[in-house]
Design a protein around this ligand. Structure first.
Ligand SMILES: [Zn+2]
Length: 60
Protein backbone atom coordinates (compact mmCIF):
# COMPACT_ATOMS: atom_id res chain seq x y z
CA UNK A 1 0.00 0.00 0.00
CA UNK A 2 1.22 3.47 -0.88
CA UNK A 3 0.44 6.56 1.14
CA UNK A 4 -0.07 9.79 -0.79
CA UNK A 5 -0.10 13.38 0.34
CA UNK A 6 -1.12 16.10 -2.09
CA UNK A 7 0.09 19.56 -1.24
CA UNK A 8 -3.10 20.92 -2.85
CA UNK A 9 -5.18 19.18 -0.17
CA UNK A 10 -3.45 21.38 2.41
CA UNK A 11 -4.60 24.52 0.64
CA UNK A 12 -1.27 25.07 -1.08
CA UNK A 13 -1.15 26.21 -4.69
CA UNK A 14 1.30 23.44 -5.46
CA UNK A 15 1.03 20.36 -7.70
CA UNK A 16 3.39 18.25 -5.60
CA UNK A 17 2.33 14.71 -4.72
CA UNK A 18 4.39 12.95 -2.10
CA UNK A 19 4.32 9.15 -2.02
CA UNK A 20 5.79 6.77 0.50
CA UNK A 21 5.32 3.30 1.94
CA UNK A 22 4.91 4.45 5.54
CA UNK A 23 3.60 7.44 7.44
CA UNK A 24 7.02 8.12 8.96
CA UNK A 25 8.64 8.23 5.54
CA UNK A 26 5.82 10.35 4.11
CA UNK A 27 6.05 12.91 6.91
CA UNK A 28 9.80 13.09 6.47
CA UNK A 29 9.47 13.72 2.73
CA UNK A 30 6.67 16.23 3.36
CA UNK A 31 8.84 18.13 5.84
CA UNK A 32 11.68 18.24 3.31
CA UNK A 33 9.34 19.48 0.60
CA UNK A 34 7.80 22.12 2.89
CA UNK A 35 11.22 23.40 3.82
CA UNK A 36 12.69 23.38 0.31
CA UNK A 37 9.72 24.59 -1.72
CA UNK A 38 7.60 26.51 0.78
CA UNK A 39 10.24 27.94 3.08
CA UNK A 40 8.67 26.32 6.16
CA UNK A 41 11.32 25.03 8.56
CA UNK A 42 10.36 21.44 9.32
CA UNK A 43 11.36 21.75 12.95
CA UNK A 44 8.72 24.39 13.73
CA UNK A 45 5.61 22.77 12.28
CA UNK A 46 2.86 23.31 14.88
CA UNK A 47 0.87 20.28 16.08
CA UNK A 48 -2.30 21.66 14.47
CA UNK A 49 -0.62 21.71 11.05
CA UNK A 50 0.78 18.25 11.62
CA UNK A 51 -2.75 17.01 12.39
CA UNK A 52 -3.98 18.58 9.11
CA UNK A 53 -1.19 16.92 7.21
CA UNK A 54 -1.97 13.52 8.73
CA UNK A 55 -5.67 13.96 7.95
CA UNK A 56 -4.82 14.72 4.31
CA UNK A 57 -2.84 11.51 3.81
CA UNK A 58 -4.60 9.05 1.50
CA UNK A 59 -3.94 5.35 1.05
CA UNK A 60 -3.67 4.03 -2.48
ZN1 LIG B 1 4.11 21.90 -1.99
Amino acid sequence: MTMVLRCRDLGMNCPKEIRAESEDELLKLAAEHAEKDHGLPATTIPPAIMAMVKAAIKNE
